[in-house]
Structures are given as C-alpha cells and as structure tokens.
Design a protein around this ligand. Structure first.
Ligand code: FAD
Length: 397
C-alpha cells in the first residue's frame, strides 16, 4: 500500500533546512535579485546538502537490487523534493545557485559508472541540452561529438544553461551521428578549463536573477572518451529513452520548487491579511465567507494536491517504479498552479504585492520559469497524453 507518511529523518531535514533558509537565504534574496550575476558567497554552507540531494544521489548496484525488492521505501528522491521545496520557499533563484546542486548532477547520479562518479560525483555540474535550434524537442540536438582515438571532439553551441558560469563541469548533449536521429544523442561531461570550451555570455532575466544562465560554445573541444555517460553504442531502440530518463528524476524536483515558491506567497499573503484582522473562517458556510477567504482556501487545497503529486512521483522513483507519467503530471500541475497562486496573491494584496519593498512581486517573476524549463507546460501535457493514450511520438507531437 502507498503511504506518504514522512519519516522522522525527513522531518528533521525539513526543519534543519527551514532554519537555514530563513536565516541565510531569505535575508539576501533581494540583494541578489538586484545584483544579477554576482556569485552568492553565503551559499557555500549548502554545498554538502546539495551534493547529497540533487537527483537522488548515486546508488550502488546492490542498492538498486534492494530497491526492486522493497515495497515502501522513503529514499533520496523523497528527501530531494523536500529539500527543493524548502529551499525554494526561501528563494528559487538562490536555490538554483547553490553550489553542488546542478541539473547535471542528476544526470551523473543517474547514469555514471562508479569510476565516473569518482571523478564527477562531487563536482558542481550544469546540464546543457538547449541550442539556438533545439528547445522543446530535445531530439533536435545538433552539437556533435566525433570519436578521434581516445577522445571525443565536441563542437556546437548551447544556450540557457543554468549554472553554466559557476559550475565546475557541464553535461553536454551531442550527437554521434546526426543521420542516425535521436538514437545517436549521448551525454558527455566536459570540465571547466578544457581547451575549446568557453562561456560566451550571461543572460539578463526577468526572474531567478540570482541564478546564472549561460551561453556556451564548444570548438574542437577534446575530452577523454571515458567522459561519455551511459552506453556509447548507437541503438535504434531505447537509447534516447535512456538519456531522457534523467527528466523523470528532475521534473519532480522542479515541481517541488514551484510548490515551495507558491507556498511562500500564500503564507506571506495570509499573514499580511491577518495583520489587518482578515482571517479564514473555516467553520462558516461558503455563502458567508468572503471571496478572499474562499481564494485562500482554494490555494491551500491546490498546494496540498500539488505536493501529493510531487511526493507520488518521488516515491515511485525511490521504489524503482517507472514514473514518467507521474513526473510529468506533477510538473504540469505544479508549474501551472504555482504561477496562478502567486499571481492571485499579488492580486489580493494589490500595492503590497506589486511593491519591491516585499518579495511577493519577485516570487511572481521567479516562479514563471518553473513552468518553462525541464519541459514546458505544453510539453508535459504532450507526455501525459502520450502515456495515457499509449501513443508514440509519431502519433502525437
Ligand atoms: C531561466 C532558464 C533556465 C534554463 N536552464 C536550462 C538548462 O540548464 N539546460 C538546458 O538545456 N536548457 C535550459 N533552459 C531552456 C529550456 O529548457 C527551454 O527554454 C525549454 O525547453 C523550451 O524550449 P525553447 O525555449 O526552445 O522553446 P520552444 O521549444 O521554441 O517553445 C516555444 C513555445 O512553443 C511551445 N511548444 C513547443 N513545441 C510544442 C508542441 N509540440 N506542442 C505544443 N506546444 C509546443 C512551448 O511550450 C513554448 O510555449 C532554460 C530556460 C530558461 C528560461
């Protein structure tokens, strides 16, 4: 039977993070929103936590075998989403800027061999998929990787890479042979300082301004052939699916980030109203409640649903069950409703919501991206529809 009861350990993680976030992250949130591209030095304290949490941590083969045999395991995915939610309650941009917790770490944790994990597991890794001509359709990657002796030679341009400037290494998606379609797309770890790899520019953004977002260029960039993650063979069946599976771990994390940010906005709004003597009268019939009370109750209900979807997707990953559908449902719901909640909060508080004196207007800007990266709202809906209808990409795209 599925239970979502939290363990004592998860409760402790949440409580510890809440304290750190409240005392370290919230007080600097406005500063780093105003000072885009400045590295938040205060976040070093979070590095060990991020390394342990991002993408569920690396599992040994023995642990993977044991997972298959367990029925109700609370594992590192469950801890990861609690961490993402709590840190994003503090600040989404700073959560993304935490050293050690890049999206590339999720890919390394998911597919690296033990030897690769030795080399890259503790590095701060970004993830570079998007290109000027490749966004929602990740199979359109045109960066190339050509084997030359014991090295791959990477060429291409990647855009909108989160942590691209501050990371220590980047997981780059490139094709071994464009003519063989998506089966030939593989991921490669490229370390900072490798000749032929440079950060070209940093984006100026609407939200999550504490997080760096970079354009990267690879020109005859040579890396050891042992830096290819996963199977180097081009297999017509299943190869690309394997690369895409990273998203099943990262989409629940992004969904959790949307929950954290929306919860911050909801709590701020409820407290601001309470200061004016406006509280929710749960015991009154709805025809006696005000519109604002009903809005707040609706938000509470949405936050609960959102969180349950996140927990289910993470629980399935922890228990070795395919969660592609559930990860996309969680991401679609949380991305969309996170934004609706934060905008509703701004609407209810009016000038307080819009003023830069408070963080609410910033949360409205920050949360938007949770409905864009790791697959947009529309792409999540496509994945969900394909899964439910059992349609392939050729039937629904
Ligand atoms: C702040 C930020 C950080 C990012 N970080 C990273 C990162 O770390 N690594 C990385 O690789 N990428 C990153 N991205 C890129 C992000 O993943 C892409 O922006 C996203 O995948 C969408 O791709 P696109 O921008 O090319 O939009 P497009 O694919 O051109 O889509 C444009 C619009 O069309 C819609 N659309 C596209 N295809 C369909 C379809 N088949 N059916 C219905 N609607 C469709 C989309 O939903 C969207 O609304 C980041 C983006 C941002 C804004």
């Amino acid at each position: 039977m599925i239970t979502f009861e939290t363990s004592e350990m998860i409760d402790q993680v949440r409580a510890m993070l809440h304290g750190m976030v409240k005392n370290i992250v919230r007080p600097i949130a406005r500063y780093y929103d105003d000072h885009e591209h400045e590295r938040p030095k205060e976040l070093e304290a979070f590095k060990p936590i991020m390394q342990a949490g991002m993408g569920g941590g690396k599992r040994s083969k023995k642990e993977k075998r044991e997972i298959k045999q367990t029925e109700d395991r609370i594992g590192s995915n469950a801890i990861g989403v609690v961490g993402a939610e709590e840190l994003s309650w503090g600040d989404v941009g700073l959560m993304l800027a935490m050293p050690g917790g890049g999206l590339g770490n999720a890919a390394v944790n998911a597919v690296a061999t033990d030897e690769q994990y030795e080399r890259f597991g503790m590095k701060y890794c970004a993830m570079a998929i998007t290109e000027p001509g490749c966004g929602s359709d990740a199979s359109a990657v045109s960066a190339t990787a050509v084997l030359d002796g014991d090295e791959y030679v990477i060429n291409g341009e990647k855009i909108f890479v989160t942590d691209g400037d501050r990371c220590e290494a980047v997981v780059v998606w490139a094709t071994l042979d464009k003519s063989q379609g998506r089966a030939a797309i593989k991921s490669f770890v490229v370390e900072k300082g490798t000749p032929g790899f440079r950060v070209e520019k940093l984006e100026k953004k609407c939200g999550i301004r504490a997080s760096d977002t970079a354009t990267m260029v690879f020109e005859d960039c040579r890396i050891p052939r042992t830096n290819l993650l996963g199977d180097p063979e081009i297999k017509a069946e299943g190869g690309f699916k394997g690369v895409m599976q990273t998203f099943d771990n990262t989409r629940p994390l992004v969904a959790a980030m949307a929950v954290g940010c929306a919860r911050a906005a909801y709590e701020f709004t409820r407290e601001a109203l309470a200061k004016e003597g406006i509280t929710i009268r749960y015991d009154r019939p709805c025809l006696e409640q005000t519109a604002v009370e009903r809005d707040l109750i609706w938000m509470e209900a949405q936050l609960e649903v959102m969180w349950l979807l996140v927990e289910r997707a993470a629980w399935m990953a922890d228990n070795g069950r395919p969660n592609n559908l559930e990860a996309s449902i969680a991401k679609a719901k949380c991305g969309k409703y996170g934004n609706i909640i934060v905008q509703k909060c701004v609407e209810i508080l009016g000038p307080i919501g819009y003023s830069r004196e408070y963080l609410l207007e910033k949360w409205m800007r920050d949360n938007k991206v949770n409905d864009i990266y790791e697959g947009t709202q529309q792409i999540q809906m496509l994945v969900v529809a394909r899964r439910i209808l059992d349609y392939g990409r050729d039937m629904l795209s």
